[in-house]
Design a protein around this ligand. Sequence first.
Ligand SMILES: C[S@@+](CC[C@H](N)C(=O)[O-])C[C@H]1O[C@@H](n2cnc3c(N)ncnc32)[C@H](O)[C@@H]1O
Length: 875
Amino acid sequence: MKQGELFQSQPQAEADSLARQDLLSRLPGLRSGGCPQGSDEAIVVMSTPEAHTACPNPYIGSWLAALPERAGEEREDPGPFTEDATGKKNSLVYKAHSYPTKVPPGIILRQLLHYTRPGDVVLDGFAGTGMTGVAAQMAGRPDPETRSEIELEAKRDGRAVEWGQRYAILNDLAPGATFIAAGLNLPVDADAFDRASAALLDRFDREYGWMYQTTVEGRPARIDYTIWSEVYTCPHCGGSVLFYDAAFDPETKGVANEFPCPGCGATVSKTRLERRFTKVRTLGGDVIERVEFQPVRIAWTQGSGRTRRTGVKTLDEEDHSVLARVAGLSWRGFPASELPIATMVHGSRLAPKGFTSVHHLYPDRSLAALGVLWSWVDETSDPHTRHALKFWLEQAFWGLSWMNRYKANDYSQVNRAQSGVFYVPSLVSECSVRYNLEGSSPSVGKRGTLVKLWRSWQPAENAVRISTGSATTLPIPDEAVDYIFVDPPFGENIPYADLALVVESWHGVRTSVAEEAVVDSVKGKTTETYGELMTACFREFHRVLKPGRWMTVEFSNSSNEVWAVIQQGLAAAGFVVADTRVLDKEQGSYRQVTAKNAVKRDLIISCYKPAVEMTTAVVAAGGGQHGVWAFVREHLRHLPTTDGHRSKARVVRERHADRLYDRMVAFHVANGLPVPMTASEFYRGLDAQFVLRDDMYFLPEQAQKYERFRITFRDLEEQQLFVTDENSAVAWLRQVLRRKGRPMTFAEIQPEYMKELQQASGSWSELPDLRVLLEENFVRDAAGAAWMVPDPKKADHLEQLRQVELLKVFSSYVGGRGTLPRFRGEAVLAGFKQAWADSNYRRIVEVGDRLPADALAELPAALHYIRNARKRLGA
Ligand SMILES: C[S@@+](CC[C@H](N)C(=O)[O-])C[C@H]1O[C@@H](n2cnc3c(N)ncnc32)[C@H](O)[C@@H]1O
């Protein structure tokens, strides 16, 4: 009997079949926009239309149109979320399926509750395993623990929480990822899965149980796993060295670094031994030459419950004959596609060992067993149960491969492959399918856990739509989304598409690698190409988001350069950053903690899409003074008035004059407008038009709120300003002089300044002497002995003089050749600004080409000019 026939009603089966036929008929028109590679049939089999498609989802528009009407689109701006974002990693739904760099749904839920209302539509364009969908559904039905935690936090901060279902659109380039997202976001009948998965394993035992049977003391026993050891050649005597026998100590369960060769006694180590190759006929019929493995031990179980016995044995004749019988089978039903070794990040780890196709990665028995189980699952007619069975089975694709490490000290050998990398170890645990899929202890094993998950976590029928394709072209109408949460791929740390290869090959549907946003030298993808792709994705997010609404970007910062292109991409797409803060994740995935430039800290960037009236009005007027103040008003409106609580009130850095100036410049450059005023004109305007409190600027109504908050604490926690370049040096001097409240002499300033300067970075940065900085940016008091912040009128004059000086320095960078190892960042910015105003884009590009990449990473404003100038030149 087929697995699913028991569980699906006739009308439901017909509806499912019609939905599939419909998707099949639409597929030819969906083949662009990062659509995965695979046959039409394979894509349809992997999908659960209309909710989930393993291609761009053509049903999102009609789904949006049918969502319940919501009253009142007008709402108060929530400002950026500035509370701590935490989320547990131990929930069943988070742990149900592994994937690199998952975000705990609790983190997303807190953001969703802040930015959205019940009934709103949220989008995650790099959705991975769909945790944003999970969070959207949790908002409707939070578990009691999460509910009380969040309500307590809100009470402490004086906020209200509006529980209620949100709708989610989840998009990812990888069909392997959206398949997981569907498993966690669409309803699954837990009982049906329980019965079907148990029946599947029982059927396997009936028909193929002989593969995993052995005999112990004359009685049958089940094989839990077989330990295989790599065989090497001794460089001294040329004899064979069975790694397990020579290096592994069963007593201590440790592997020796150095050990004697059993043939000649010479001291050897794994790195000094030579690989030994052997010809192997795979179950696919091809003959390959790969590193040699021998089975060395079998871990077995007899009986169950109280009479259960376990042990380890060496292989006897019967065991070898079972392996020989499996090896003699001719089999189909598994992927035999070649691995794209030349373009894989870890290709160099596999090819030299002789593994060049997906099926090479498996011992014969695992390949045969998985092939049988996978084909049986395809016979299941109920698509939800079939999806659930595959969701369960696919988690064994790594754990049953040659990549599953033998971990002698671990209680279980289930899924012990090193994550984030293709690595075939010298000692392998070849687990039986039941041991892997049901677990070494079935009650806490994979099958039992999934039954528990789907019993307790019951997603709503219509709450999400899942699409597979590139976020550069989303199948979503304009301005249809109320909030976006994204966790983009971050540069070079994780090659998602490569890692998805194994699982996706079994589905017969693979990620469209060309559209993957990644920095990958093997695939010829540079930081530039990554930046361009990310900018295109941000543009698309901007298109589908309603004006005035928010986007949260969770970003694991891998390098300054990547961080700069993200900021640049956001601004170029039209987003304005209102807040950036650090999120500590307790543990990073393998690549995150070991890659040379990886950092363990994540950034949470809150940005908004400015109200359409403001942007269009400013652009239509060609910029100008009015535009500047319209922008600043809009920006201040979106900034938090307060940060922290009574005991821990913090400065809102975004409200400082220099930061407002930077944002204003970025807005103008991104919209192709000239920057219409100097910094000192800008600062003077700020003073005239806005309310200044504690060095921060407010709209009048915000100032009142801030003042009410201000009387609840004594001191603000200062954000330390580090002197790292000319700009921060001037900002630091301004802060020190203002705070002192009287002019300061050079002798007073210098020791403090030198202390700060120790933090200075950027070997490229030519920082003028303190005296020059004072001369160019500050004025002397009447006695001429001490320095003070200039009053607005004098500041203007000073600024003009300074600009002349800076342009003189800039002119020395023009016309030269080769990289400028050291330069004055402010001079470059002044020069670029002038050149931009003169439409001299070539000058910007020429000088830009001379600036070292690490310097540009620290000068995002310069990067803005260069990129936009290039665009103007059509380069
Ligand atoms: C950091 S992961 C997201 C993980 C996710 N937050 C989770 O909890 O599972 C980034 C994702 O971006 C996807 N990706 C890469 N390039 C893409 C593109 N051009 N369009 C859409 N998704 C892309 C990758 O497949 C990967 O799943």
